[in-house]
Ligand binder design. Sequence first.
Ligand code: GLP
Length: 241
Amino acid sequence: MRIIVVDNYEEMSKRAALMVASQVTLKPDSVLGLATGDTPSGMYKELIKLYNKKEVDFKEVRTFNLDEYYGLNPENSQSYYKYMMNNLFNSINISTKNINMPDGMAKDVDDFCSLYEKKIKTLGGIDMQVLGIGGNGHIGFNEPNINFEAQTHLVNLDEQTIEANSRFFKSIEYVPVKAISMGIKTIMNSKKIILLANGLNKAEAIEKAVKGKINPSIPASILQLHNDVTIIIDKEAASLL
Ligand code: GLP
């Protein structure tokens, strides 16, 4: 694990955007794994700036998102589909046909999940996966005590996650209780991984993920076994290391 501690959120976002942009420059048809949440939104803003300065071109890039709430229509303002369109895709030259997101309205979820996995494999696997981390150590929506062998699947959200994410919804009752998420195995099969975290509320999860035992109770701890992980965190998130 390579750990880069930066001063603040802005620095974290810039460093991460440069890593993604370098990946795309070296391999224009890169397959990117993308995350949602507050953490990566600054990185997406920086990527849009680089795109506007013509320093990166997304014409051939293919993307797979980590997760999506189950039961939310893509047009719902809180869907991760909307997040990605608003935070990145609408502002760059990615081709719609190259965007892949878990379908929160899938009727046959198992079928959808196995097709998602197949598509990732057919395109040669994920070159670079961007991750945030939940306060409980989750990555994607792989909640504590997840099976490390799982691939894309339907998950039940943890109470802590439902509460944390209720800040985006009218009230907690509106937060979906299930989601479709890439599994730990899907994430671990990525060639490179960047994990971002900022703020004191992520310090404990980062400490356990980086220094703790590899244990399904902290899903992100599995990343210790990956051979190309870069963790970019601000001072606050790094405060317990
Ligand atoms: C969410 C997402 C994760 C994200 C994490 C942290 O529930 N499913 O992919 O990394 O929780 O979110 P935030 O960046 O808003 O703190």
